[in-house]
Ligand binder design. Sequence first.
Ligand code: KG4
Ligand code: ZN
Length: 340
Amino acid sequence: MPILGIESTCDETGAAIVEGTAVRSNVVASQVDLHARYRGVVPEIASRAHIENILPVIQEALDTARITLADIDAVAVANRPGLIGSLLIGTTAAKTLAWALRKPLVGVDHVAAHLYSVCLDNSPPVPLPAIGLVCSGGHTALYHVRDFLDIQLLGSTIDDAVGEAYDKVAGILGLGYPGGPILDRLAHQGDSRAVAFPRSLLGRDSLDFSFSGLKTSVLYHVRGFAGRQREARVLGESEINDIAASFQAACVDVMVEKLRRAARRCGAHSVIIGGGVSANRGLRSAMENFSLPVFFPPMQYCTDNAAMTAGLGQVLLAAGRVGELDLDAIPQSQFLDGSN
Ligand code: KG4
Ligand code: ZN
């Protein structure tokens, strides 16, 4: 039976119909154009756009899958973590539908859904336990994934998420938004050894991340050191490519090293990498020779989408983890303190 998934945690309004791991439809209304001029997501603008988009997006997901609301088995919604105003729109829509249709309601943690995204589209089964890395605009964290119902936090960023660093560095370089895909493309035309940006590893055993120092290094490289800052130099094309390549190499080195540490510590059988930055070509090629099998999502499920919400919703439904109509929108992840 098909399950309807709803995603509205940040700036994408998504709805999807998933059956097993087969995605029958996956509709995403992107708000990138609304936020681009601010070089980041403006929460109030995001909430308003979700209100406008949510019903047409759900209808399009049903139409594309050639079903009606009566055909769905359950409603799954990413009710955490995210921007509270954004979360409220999807959560309210899901609760209303579940109540009106008298179908089960399933609350899904968006971070766990990013991990689950590697299972979609009949991808090969992931040997568990796995080390999970969620790297996106809002999150950069490592998890021990015993299975998709048993996930423990191992470490997370103490400042910026890696995708956020990409977006800010793109801003420093005068490039567009979101910065990740642009820098990824430019990095392939540049020399990754051109600038020795720092790799912040936070001590020998740490599984936490820090990207704000790296971001500041790029700023200083472009504008001069703190206190002696000058106006942004006009950078030539090849210099921008070299900075992009060197910045990307620093981000990738840190993520790969943290994955190595986590894999050594947990005795995992595989690695799962999800979230917007999992689309990164530099990261994908750096993981090619990793000591464990590595699973990335199909490209269309790297950034925020509702297919991963519906997919994990189905796993939760099968395990009897059904929500009530008082399901809350919650800004924090369920896996924040690692104690679940
Ligand atoms: O997963 P996502 O859609 O939203 C969050 O949950 O945060 O991730 C969006 C982030 C943005 O910061 C964007 O710049 C980054 O993912 N991103 C990339 C790439 N594609 C998207 N970063 C690096 N390389 C990419 N190819
Ligand atoms: Zn996300």
